[in-house]
Write a protein that binds this ligand. Structure first.
Ligand SMILES: [Zn+2]
Length: 345
């Protein structure tokens, strides 16, 4: 093959996506269709107004908007529609496997009973595999605003239904004023039941909560974790224990977790030897996709073919997919890098 430019390489690079929220992944078109169908909603029904609605002033404002969009998703059929659109978008980014965060308690608050949610996830997962060749895993995330009771209820759902593809328990939402350590009992119960522990930590706060996620919750990966960067001992621990950070650069700028991309700590995390995987968080709300996140790393941080391939490999190794799928993705990455290497010789 001829020497590809970096965009062609990124587009072809087989990937996994490990940090992605179901409702936040909905495309602008999907959200407009839902808002037009629900005139009682506070979400705009025309594209320009929705664009302005998605301009976030800070993390709390983002969470507030997210909750309003979540209220548009009211039936199992809506969930399947979201998964269909998401799988199509992922396939367009050469994503083979994605772990999707599903906030079951919030879905129920907007009208979807647990029975219907479990069925919709099963249907959407089968459809994604068949129609797009994309495999979904599920992380059932608790919203910190609903406290530890909400987290217990989330885990009850995961254990009672355990939809095919169930990976683990997550914890998202507001970080300030929330102590990860309070969630130790529910994460212990999840671990005892064989679930993986995958909380957000250090998205908008410093290293103390990342430490708590690791030592108190038994986190096996960290959602964001960028707040770790100021603590060399923590970075050393993350590297030594092979705890990957799910880093979402565009998200961090959109929610004002970092002032701009130039200030993003990703290069310092990589330099410290921490396993870093790239993700989109809420691609529909942040006007991004996974290819864009890889290109951002090229343009902003100067990462080339070898480094971007390594990030894709880190993702495959940190994914809780089957060993077969992991091996296939790693082989595909090697094949692409080899082809590019031959072309540039
Ligand atoms: Zn997130």
């Amino acid at each position: 093959m001829p020497t590809p430019d970096i965009a062609t390489f990124v587009a072809a690079l087989p990937k996994v996506e490990l940090h992605l929220h179901l409702v936040g992944s909905a495309s602008v078109e999907t959200v407009l269709a839902l808002s037009r169908g629900h005139p009682d909603s506070t979400v705009p029904t025309d594209p320009d107004a929705l664009g302005r609605f998605y301009e976030f002033t800070d993390f709390e404002h983002f969470l507030n908007v997210y909750r309003q969009v979540n209220l548009l998703v009211r039936t199992g059929a809506d969930i399947v529609t979201l998964l269909d659109g998401l799988a199509s978008d992922l396939a367009g980014n050469a994503v083979r496997y994605a772990e999707v965060q599903v906030t079951a308690v919030r879905n129920r608050m907007s009208g979807i009973e647990f029975d219907d949610l479990a069925q919709a996830l099963a249907d959407g997962r089968a459809l994604a595999a068949e129609k797009y060749g994309v495999e979904f895993g599920w992380i059932f995330d608790a919203d910190s605003r609903l406290g530890t009771a909400g987290a217990e209820e989330t885990l009850d759902f995961a254990l009672r239904y355990r939809p095919e593809g169930t990976v683990g328990l997550g914890l998202a939402g507001m970080e300030r004023g929330v102590s990860r350590a309070d969630y130790a009992p529910v994460f212990r119960r999840a671990r005892d039941a064989g679930l993986h522990c995958l909380p957000h930590a250090g998205e908008t706060v410093g290293p103390a909560e990342v430490w708590a996620a690791v030592t108190e919750l038994g986190a096996e990966r960290i959602g964001h974790g960028i707040g770790s960067v100021t603590d060399p001992r923590l970075l050393e621990q993350l590297a030594a224990r092979d705890i990957a950070l799910e880093v979402c650069p565009t998200s961090n700028v959109c929610t004002a977790a970092v002032p701009d991309l130039a200030a993003h700590p990703l290069p310092r995390l990589l330099a410290a030897g921490v396993p870093v995987t790239l993700a989109t968080d809420d691609p529909g709300m942040f006007h991004t996709d996974l290819n864009t996140e890889y290109l951002v790393c090229h343009e902003q941080f100067g990462l080339g073919v070898a480094e971007l391939a390594d990030i894709a490999r880190t993702g495959a190794r940190a994914a809780f997919c089957s060993a077969e799928l992991r091996a296939r993705v790693l082989d595909e990455i090697d094949d692409l890098v080899e082809a590019v290497g031959q072309a540039s010789r």
